[in-house]
Design a protein around this ligand. Structure first.
Ligand code: WTA
Length: 653
């Protein structure tokens, strides 16, 4: 565990916003007493609490025991048999929601599709049969690399239907990133598209997959959905590559859902850590299913006629849980948009809200800051009166952005749920409940049911009110990750060894006198760039893989829109000299190794990196230099004072 200094920052924010009376009247939870009672029970008697919640789901066989907890290993609904796709589709159809739209899709070019629960089940069953025919068996990992089109949830749910865990890779990742993940998951099949639309251009997904498969050759089959057509210019390799529509033509629409064990893996999702390559976070079936459905219902206050618009890409955990699994299980329509918020202009989202009338809108602070910059007049031109609830996720929301969201998008009449969680947590852990929580701009407020957070010092002792510390969770919740794929030791080391007896989040936080949590960013070497997680180690290893680079140190820097930007300090090998061309080449190299989300905001060359006598890179110092601030603290342990001086000169030029 390293220390970024983030946990000492303070935020003074005293404004509170009670839920609007009109919202309270209809809210799923409207009494603070009811919350307190339920919360108490969820912590003291978790088995009774979750057992009761789980009654409302479909089980082929009920559990023998609700929770089996032997730190750090937990099992939920032990012995139960269920299927997540059944709960998302068949159960909804049984409840009379068959003709209700499950997905409302708008492509970037403006094409719209509505898919009912019945139609979705048909597509899912057909694709599940396609997978079976290709030889995919229960337990096989299926890699998915697709844009935000309905075939992505169709592919996911088809995997869930046959018990084959999916591993979705965000469409912005590069060929190298794909091959790393395919290799780690030992996956032999990829579902992709000829391409997707982004800012009017074709994102060449299939070509990127082809490149990835040159690096790692284990993949035997590639299924390609035709989203673009002619313009995508794909090449199909006979015997390996198949068109989705060809396979679907012959597939039967009947595919009984596999009876999965409660603890069978549902999916892997790769995320960045403070060291090494991204890790495959493993989520299992029943706990994740129950937790995402219940959080969706309570936090987004879902009702049958809601239209949920979560703008996250399904390639991230937010999309897994709150575009697909949690929302469909409530029989609610999920709005999916393929493209970029600034295409053809910055009014795209507001135009879509006016047209499709979503009731719940869930997005990231980085997007809100980008909209703020464009000015409120672009929002004010549109009728956003369908919205009744707003959500924020992915990074701390600064109070200015919160207020703008509240006043401009929410017209002061929508509660805001600032939801804190992680890929590892599977679902939201700290959040307001919109009908009862008085919100404070910038605070994620209180724990959800079953979640027992604490703020502690490095020895594990609870810190005082308003004192910064490390955020930990004291007992397991149903959607907790079960392991890091293929590396249970890494799971134990990363989450269960820094602070004894609890799950360590990697985040800094403080708790105020009202028991509200204020998240203060990561305390490890993980960056949060536009709400996307990136390990500094990953960017560093991408840089040193370039022939010109001897050593690299990557740190975060404040960024007006992204929240955090990427600053890279680089020393060069003999024979290479610093130049703008080289900067550009390194930039392109990082994009090739990881993807455009990892493109450095600053690359700075130096003769040597500042290190302590024991050889550790002085990251705090680099962060201060990158932020353009003064160099503070004790620098006498530096190996080379000239280094600092040189860097300071660069800073001034
Ligand atoms: C950060 C995204 C403050 C946090 C769901 C966490 C937040 C990391 C919030 C997980 C929030 C997420 N307030 N910080 N509301 N939500 N974070 O795995 O640092 O992509 O550890 O999951 O994002 O990012 P991940």
């Amino acid at each position: 565990m390293t220390q970024s200094g983030a946990i000492t920052s303070k935020m003074a924010e005293n404004r509170t916003f009670p839920p609007p009376a009109k919202f309270v009247e209809q809210a799923n939870i409207k009494s603070l007493d009811e919350y307190r009672r339920m919360y108490e029970q969820s912590i003291r008697q978790p088995e009774e609490f979750w057992g009761k919640i789980a009654e409302g789901f479909h089980w082929f066989k009920k559990w023998d025991k609700v929770r089996d907890w032997k730190e750090p290993d937990v099992k939920w609904f032990v012995g139960a048999k269920t299927n997540v796709s059944y709960n998302c589709l068949d159960l909804q159809i049984e409840k009379g929601r068959g003709n209700h739209p499950a997905i409302l899709f708008e492509g970037e070019p403006g094409d719209v599709r509505k898919i009912t629960f019945k139609e979705l089940r048909t597509e899912v069953c057909k694709f599940a049969n396609v997978l079976k025919k290709l030889g995919v068996k229960k337990g096989d990992r299926v890699t998915i690399y697709m844009p935000m089109i309905p075939e992505l949830p169709i592919a996911m749910l088809a995997c869930a239907r046959i018990g084959a865990p999916h591993s979705i890779i965000f469409g912005g990742f590069s060929a190298t990133a794909i091959s790393d993940r395919v290799g780690d998951a030992d996956s032999h099949i990829i579902i992709t598209c000829d391409g997707g639309w982004r800012r009017g251009k074709v994102v060449p997904l299939k070509a990127t997959v082809d490149e990835a498969l040159e690096i790692d050759r284990r993949v035997k089959q590639v299924v390609v959905f035709k989203r673009i057509g002619e313009q995508a210019k794909v090449t199909m390799k006979a015997g390996r590559d198949f068109w989705w529509h060809d396979l679907m033509k012959e597939a039967s629409a009947d595919c009984p859902a596999e009876q999965c064990d409660a603890e069978d893996p549902l999916f892997l999702l790769y995320t960045s850590g403070s060291t090494g390559k991204p890790k495959g976070i493993k989520h299992t079936t029943a706990g994740y299913m129950v937790y995402t459905a219940f959080t969706s219902k309570m936090i987004f206050d879902l009702k049958p006629n809601d239209l949920m618009w979560c703008t996250a890409d399904i390639g991230w955990v937010t999309g897994h849980s709150y575009v697909v699994y949690g929302i469909l299980q409530n029989g609610v329509t999920s709005l999916i948009y393929e493209g970029s918020p600034d295409f053809p202009n910055w009014e795209r989202f507001w135009t879509m809200i006016e047209k499709h009338k979503p009731t719940v809108f869930y997005t990231a602070p980085t997007a809100i800051r980008a909209f703020m910059k464009q000015g409120r007049q672009l929002v004010d031109k549109h009728d956003l009166s369908s919205l009744r609830l707003l959500g924020s996720v992915g990074e701390p929301i600064n109070p200015e952005a919160w207020m703008w969201y509240h006043e401009v998008v929410g017209r002061k009449s929508c509660p805001i749920v600032d939801t804190w969680w992680q890929t590892e947590t599977g679902g939201i852990l700290i959040t307001p409940l919109p009908g009862i929580t008085d919100t404070k701009p910038g605070s994620a407020t209180r724990p959800f049911f079953g979640v027992e957070p604490d703020v502690v010092d490095r020895s594990g002792k609870t810190v005082n009110v308003n004192e910064g510390g490390l955020l930990v969770i004291r007992q397991p919740w149903p959607a907790m990750l079960r392991t890091v794929w293929g590396d249970h030791d890494r799971f134990k080391r990363t989450y269960w060894s820094d602070i004894k007896g609890c799950y360590f989040t990697g985040d800094g936080a403080r708790r105020d006198a009202d028991g509200y949590y204020w998240l203060m960013g990561r305390v490890d070497d993980v960056l949060n760039v536009s709400g996307h997680r990136l390990g500094t180690a990953e960017v560093e290893s991408a840089l040193v893989a370039h022939e010109a680079v001897a050593e690299a140190a990557v740190v975060g820097m404040p960024h007006e829109i992204k929240g955090e930007g990427i600053a890279a300090f680089v020393t060069l090998r003999k024979g290479f000299t610093a130049s703008d061309e080289l900067k550009k080449a390194l930039d392109a190299h990082v994009v090739k190794e990881i993807g455009a989300i990892a493109r450095p905001d600053q690359i700075r060359f130096s003769e040597a990196l500042p290190k302590t006598r024991s050889g550790k890179i002085m990251r705090r110092l680099l962060r201060e230099i990158a932020a353009g601030g003064d160099v503070k603290g004790d620098t006498t342990t530096l190996e080379d004072f000239n280094v600092i001086n040189k860097l300071r000169q660069d800073d001034e030029s």
